[in-house]
Design a protein around this ligand. Structure first.
Ligand code: IVH
Length: 682
């Protein structure tokens, strides 16, 4: 055995060598040694650490093997939110993006960094004093899941940064699987008789979200950095230099990026990378353009939840041709009947598609889709595949039209289609097993209560056997009942029970979202939680109080109020949160209404088309500053915001002498009254 000081010296040398080789391989893509040589060094270090356990430290390259499996992931609140990008599909969209940027910055030509849009999962890595301390998924952008253990197993994520990192640094990027690694993984799965993955993205997502980090360790995951979140030290002033700086710190960043001046350079990059897409080592679903100057990024800021300084230019969704074998309807959570085409299976957008949505009856008629037709189907990313159009020239003689049913195929209740709605709905409510199943699946879904292991097959059985009627019944399930279900043994039943138990500690916004209130998606649930602070405050709010919440208009307010006025909903909620063992979350005092600034208490009316922002964005800009948006102009209106082709509302404003703002003036007003929030640097 080596003496203590010799061992210490050798261990330090080996660590340095292993870190160096990782950097050469993952960051520079220029390995200096073979895998076998690397393994030899690695094993020597392992051996040394086994003999001298006091030499082991958390950031040693040997400490990447997963620890004991977790019962559930903890949630992590991002210090700086992980927001998303607006999408563009056409060259015109990009020309408009560049124009808005130039106008915003008052410049003739703007420099942009253009890079691939990685098709993986967004991740944030937190380094403190140069050491990797926490890694989290994006989640809803504000809170994600703590997947530190899984990320530690990935060789491409340095446990220790090189050079002189700032005291705190959050690196933002994507976890993905290289195509060749994906092929090899599937080959191994095939040989072992295991399940194959559909595409690299799913394989990466499934591998990263393993509660047992040893599973992640066995999967070839990669990390690519593309920006930073919190940082309490100096960093470069441009995005392109920021990525170089990250690479110097040991973070892999892509070399497939360019710095261009103006819109022509952007479109040129898009076309060039498009032709090389298949030859790239990883899947991309488009490119991302970012204003290069970080100060200019800050100046442009964000609208709603997306930056004005960056945009994703997506590749067109993939299309394929197949046959419609049948059409039937699916009953959703709110009873909506969606005509669905059952297709001859076809490979499109990275996966085999056998069902595609026809959206609704009017769409199906407009596209003139018959059973028996040859059709074009399209699938992009995670979006549900859709039937784009029929090829009538290939229509067989026996093709026939599908009639929407008058009664729900699941529960037999009448199907109702209101005169001004395109959607036909089953009127059975929670009597309808299909609606109940969907409501339960939504309740248990990842972004809602996140009940691990409660999938479709189990929910089907629980509802069909009348074991579970409402979400609160889930928390009263016993081991014996679950173990008797088909395809369930003692072990999976125990796991599911642990998943149910683990879901009890949640957040108010997840809980609100999980309730499945009509028109209340994740973002609205979060706004409601933030605004009211407690469930009781929300449950007793009237429509006027609800409309004080940013992004909540009359329709959402009415849905929320209606939901909480139904006795059976209240009963379910009370059973769910019954103490001492029920679902729980932290509450806080309601947010104080904004009483200061140019928007507070003022009523705005929007009319015409705004050139730089959508109506929704303008609304949230106003509401988040304490203003209200109304649909009609009256003497009580404080401002009318008029875009292009403003019509009668503008006339009315002039008649009544109401102040009229154009878009620039609205933004200027917002600028004056906005409080600075920390922003993600891209
Ligand atoms: S920058 C403020 N750069 O696309 C948001 N995102 O909709 C900054 N993505 O979830 C994101 N490649 O995970 C950025 N080169 C890239 C990216 C990228 C993929 C993903 C990202 C995010 C989504 C944005």
């Amino acid at each position: 055995m080596a003496s203590q000081s010799a061992a210490e010296k050798r261990a330090a040398e080996l660590r340095e060598a292993l870190e160096h080789h990782n950097y050469q391989y993952y960051v520079l893509d220029d390995p200096e040694v073979s895998d076998a040589e690397y393994d030899l060094l690695f094993r020597e270090l392992q051996q040394l650490e086994a003999e001298h356990p006091d030499l082991v430290s958390a950031e040693s390259p040997t400490q990447r093997v997963g620890a004991t499996p977790l019962a559930a992931f903890q949630s992590v609140t991002h210090a700086v939110p992980m927001l998303s990008l607006n999408n563009a599909f056409t060259e015109e969209d990009i020309v408009n993006f560049d124009r808005r940027v130039r106008e915003g910055l008052e410049k003739d030509v703007v420099n942009y960094s253009a890079e691939p849009k990685f098709d993986g999962l967004a991740i944030s890595l937190r380094y403190e004093n140069g050491l990797f301390v926490q890694g989290a998924t994006r989640g809803d952008g504000y809170t994600g899941e703590d997947v530190t253990q899984n990320l530690r197993t990935m060789q491409s994520i340095p446990l220790k940064l090189r050079g002189k990192p700032p005291r705190v640094l959050e690196v933002r990027g994507e976890v993905l699987m290289f195509k060749r690694d994906f092929e090899a993984l599937n080959q191994r799965q095939r040989e072992a008789g295991g399940k194959e993955f559909v595409n690299p993205r799913n394989a990466a997502a499934g591998s990263l979200r393993q509660l047992d980090a040893r599973m992640s360790a066995s999967r070839p995951l990669r990390f690519m950095g593309y920006g930073i979140g919190a940082c309490d030290g100096d960093f470069p002033g441009t995005h392109s230099a920021l990525l170089d700086w990250l690479a110097d710190l040991g973070i892999p960043v892509t070399r497939e990026r360019v710095l261009v001046a103006g819109v022509d350079g952007l479109l040129d990059f898009y076309r060039r990378i498009g032709t090389r897409r298949a030859a790239l080592p990883f899947d991309i679903d488009g490119v991302v353009y970012k204003v290069d100057d970080l100060r200019a990024q800050e100046q442009l800021g964000f609208v709603s939840r997306a930056p004005r300084f960056a945009i994703a230019h997506k590749f067109p969704a993939e299309e394929a041709i197949t046959e419609v074998r049948d059409i039937d309807v699916q009953v959703g959570r709110t009873g909506a009947l969606t005509p669905t085409a059952r297709l001859k299976p076809v490979f499109v957008g990275g996966t085999t598609v056998s069902n595609a949505t026809l959206h609704n009856e009017d769409e199906m008629r407009r596209k003139d889709i018959h059973i028996g037709d040859t059709v074009v189907v399209r699938r992009a990313g995670d979006v549900i595949p859709e039937v784009v159009r029929a090829l009538p020239e290939k229509r067989p003689a026996d093709a026939r039209l599908f009639q929407m049913p008058t009664h729900c195929p699941i529960c037999g209740s009448a199907v109702i289609r209101l005169p001004d709605e395109v959607v036909a709905r089953c009127s059975g409510g929670l009597v309808c097993p299909a609606q109940r199943k969907q409501a339960l699946l939504h309740f248990a879904s990842r972004r809602a209560m996140d009940i691990e292991g409660l999938g479709e097959k189990i929910v089907d059985q629980l509802v069909d056997r009348n074991i579970v009627r409402t979400p609160s019944d889930l928390y009263h399930l016993g081991l014996a009942t679950l173990a008797e279900l088909e395809r369930m043994g003692e072990k999976s039943a125990a796991n599911l029970l642990a998943g149910i138990e683990g879901s009890k500690q949640t957040t108010l916004s997840r809980f609100i979202y999980a309730l499945g209130i009509r028109n209340v998606g994740e973002a609205t649930a979060r706004d409601l939680a933030r605004h009211f602070g407690s469930l009781d405050q929300l449950m007793t709010a009237d429509e006027a109080a609800l409309q004080q919440v940013s992004d909540v208009g009359p329709i959402v307010a009415e849905s929320v109020r209606r939901f909480f006025s139904e006795q059976h909903n209240i009963e379910v909620i009370e059973r769910l949160r019954a103490k001492p063992d029920g679902v729980r979350w932290d509450e806080h005092a309601p947010a104080a209404p904004k009483t200061e600034g140019a928007f507070a208490g003022k009523t705005f009316v929007l009319t015409g088309t705004l050139s730089n922002m959508s109506r929704d964005n303008a609304r949230s800009l106003i509401e988040s500053r304490g203003g209200k948006v109304s649909g009609s102009v009256s003497k009580k209106t404080h401002y009318v915001v008029a875009g292009d082709e403003a019509g009668s509302k503008l006339d009315r404003a002039n008649e009544l002498g109401v102040a009229v703002l154009n878009e620039e003036q609205l933004l200027a007003l917002a600028e004056e009254s906005s409080a600075k929030e920390p922003q993600e640097k891209q």
